[in-house]
Structure formats: structure tokens, C-alpha cells
Design a protein around this ligand. Structure first.
Ligand SMILES: NC(=O)c1ccc[n+]([C@@H]2O[C@H](COP(=O)([O-])OP(=O)(O)OC[C@H]3O[C@@H](n4cnc5c(N)ncnc54)[C@H](OP(=O)(O)O)[C@@H]3O)[C@@H](O)[C@H]2O)c1
Length: 305
């Protein structure tokens, strides 16, 4: 039997935070969790977008929806969001690191880092560090990292992490999504070492129709890519289907850390949640620790911890 949204256990009394909750997979994830009774922080790039998501979900929400401004491209915004969550919640059951940007022309974050590294990886790294004390309060709490099939093609360019010498938009995307997978495993190892009851899991959506592709095409101004997506449309599934692997990682009793969940169909592009092959680059413990160390140093200054 495939695992579907109707298998999500009751979430009453639980609190979740979802990044990028105003669009695509994040919005679908928020919709399902709040329908099952979770109180959800809708963390979006601006408060206006978070409030719009709140209005979209209000009719079916079974618990409180809390709009939260979080710009992952600015570690100061991450720090402010952490403070606001700490002020409003004693504990957190789920942190879903979902937001992302795909293959824009080279841009820099507020701290001068390459945008995809900053948003997809480092902002989430810092957010997670800041919210771990709240997650620690709850037995069975989970951090879910949203990676991509692009992780299979990823390489962490340690000598040029920010693409200063050579920037390839897709290479930087794959790097950031591999970083999500590596961070999920590295975090799980750290949590386990200190006997934490929080777990770190990771999923990818396959190919899902969201704003990710149109935003990417618009940013690059590539009509050819726009055409390619139109031709590839039959390969894509709905955003609701694409959100299932991360919902599975977040809520299924049988979902485990140190695994990679994605759609179970051909090529893991669509279908119901299933275990996928782990990108071999993510199995290198030394690289995981190296990336962790660099990320901790880069986020430390802004977060002051
Ligand atoms: N769709 C797919 O086929 C696919 C495949 C593999 C992996 N993924 C991953 O799935 C995740 C969700 O993407 P999606 O497909 O749902 O795309 P989406 O509809 O474009 O949603 C992306 C979300 O991330 C937010 N975001 C972007 N930059 C941000 C920033 N600086 N600060 C805070 N939030 C920011 C966006 O906010 P705005 O609305 O303000 O832009 C939006 O809410 C991403 O991590 C993506 O890499 C998607």
C-alpha cells in the first residue's frame, strides 16, 4: 500500500516550523500538517507572504498558524526569526527546512555568500542550530531537510565554495542540495553522540510542478529552458505529490535517519514515498565534517553562538 497524506498521524498538540511555506511543496506540507492538527509557523521570505499563506490555509487549519518573516539570504533575519520563535514557543516538534532557490545567475547573500549556498544550505544550517534547544524539549522531534535528485550530481567545491573562481548555476544548485543531504547525516550523527531524542531526516520530491522552475527560468531569462520544461511536463507530478516524501520523513513512524526518501516511481521522479539510493558523495564522513566545520564558522559570527 502506498503511503499517502491520509496516513499522516494526528498532529494535535504538536508544533512545526516550515520554511518557504507560502509556495509549492512548503505550502502543501503546511496544509497537510495543519489539517492534522499541528500548530504551524509559516516561515516565509516576508511577513506579507507568510500572512498570505495563513489566509490561504485558514479555512482548513485545525490549529494556530503563525506567520513568521525569515529571509534565509540574510543571517540577521535568521537570528531574528529564531528569537521570535523562542518567544512564542516553548518547544518544537518539527523543523522542515524546505525553502530553496534553483540555478539563478550568480548573486550574493547579505553576508556576501553565493545565494544558493546561503539560502539552500547555510541559512537552514543556522536556523537549525538556533532552534535545536526547542527541538530538544520534545521526545521524537525531527528536523527534515529537503534535498533533491540534483544531489546525485553534486560536488562540494571546497576550494571554491562560493563560486568566485568559476560559477556554474546548476553546479552550485547541486552542491547546495548535496550539502542538505550531508548536513542531514552529520546532524544525525551529532544528535546521536549527545544522546538527543531529536532525529534528522532527509527527503526529496522528485520532479514537482511548483514555482521553482518558472522562477529559475525567469531569473536566467532562458526561453530554451522554458521550452525544455514544457516538453518535460509529463515527467512532473503535482506539488501535493511532491510534498509526500518530506511529510513521510516528518511524520511516519517507520521513517528513519541516515536514509534518503523520495518518490518510488521510475528514476525516483514521481510516485509515493520510498527509500532511494544515497548519493555516494554524502557517505564520506570526512567531507561531511569538513562542510559542517565551515558552515559553523560562517554562521557563528552572525548568530553569536
Ligand atoms: N519542485 C521540484 O521539482 C523540486 C525538485 C527537487 C528539489 N526541490 C526542492 O524543494 C524545495 C521547495 O521548492 P518548491 O519546488 O516548492 O519551489 P517554490 O514553489 O519556488 O518554493 C520555494 C520556496 O522557497 C522560498 N525561498 C526562496 N528564497 C528564500 C529566501 N531567501 N528566504 C526564505 N525563503 C525563500 C520561496 O519564497 P518566495 O515565494 O518568496 O520566492 C518559496 O516559498 C526546495 O528546497 C527545492 O530545492 C524541488
Amino acid at each position: 500500500m502506498p503511503w499517502t497524506a491520509s496516513d499522516i498521524p494526528d498532529q494535535s498538540g504538536r508544533t512545526a516550523l516550515i520554511t518557504g511555506a507560502n509556495s509549492g511543496l512548503g505550502l502543501e506540507t503546511a496544509r497537510e500538517l495543519t489539517q492534522k492538527g499541528a500548530r504551524v509557523f509559516l516561515a516565509c521570505r516576508s511577513l506579507e507572504k507568510a500572512k498570505a499563506a495563513q489566509a490561504t490555509l485558514a479555512a482548513t487549519a485545525q490549529a494556530e498558524l503563525i506567520p513568521l518573516a525569515l529571509d534565509l539570504a540574510d543571517l540577521n533575519s535568521v537570528r531574528r526569526a529564531i528569537d521570535q520563535v523562542r518567544a512564542k514557543a516553548q518547544a518544537l516538534d518539527l523543523l522542515i527546512n524546505n525553502a530553496g532557490v534553483m540555478a539563478p545567475p550568480r548573486q550574493l547573500s547579505a553576508q556576501g555568500l553565493e545565494l544558493q549556498f546561503a539560502v539552500n544550505h547555510l541559512g537552514h544550517f543556522a536556523l537549525t542550530q538556533g532552534l535545536l534547544p526547542l527541538l530538544d524539549q520534545r521526545s521524537g522531534s525531527r528536523v527534515v531537510h529537503v534535498s533533491s535528485g540534483a544531489a546525485y550530481f553534486g560536488r562540494i567545491a571546497f576550494a571554491d565554495l562560493q563560486g568566485e573562481q568559476r560559477y556554474d548555476a546548476w553546479g552550485a544548485y547541486a552542491q547546495s542540495k548535496l550539502a542538505n543531504l550531508m548536513t542531514a547525516f552529520a546532524l544525525q550523527e551529532q544528535l546521536q553522540r549527545r544522546g538527543s531524542k531529536t532525529q534528522s531526516l532527509v527527503a526529496h520530491p522528485g520532479l514537482a510542478r511548483t514555482n521553482l522552475q518558472p522562477t529559475s527560468v525567469a531569473a536566467r531569462g532562458s526561453r530554451l529552458e522554458g521550452l525544455a520544461y514544457r516538453l518535460m511536463d509529463p515527467l512532473f507530478q503535482s506539488a501535493a505529490m511532491g510534498a509526500l516524501p518530506q511529510l513521510y520523513a516528518a511524520t511516519a513512524a517507520e521513517a528513519e535517519p541516515m536514509a534518503f526518501y523520495g518518490p518510488g516511481g521510475a528514476g525516483n521522479l514521481k510516485g509515493y514515498p520510498s527509500r532511494c539510493r544515497i548519493a555516494k558523495q554524502a557517505l564520506n564522513t570526512e567531507s561531511r565534517e569538513r562542510l559542517w566545520q565551515i558552515s559553523a564558522e560562517l554562521s557563528e559570527a552572525a548568530l553569536g553562538n
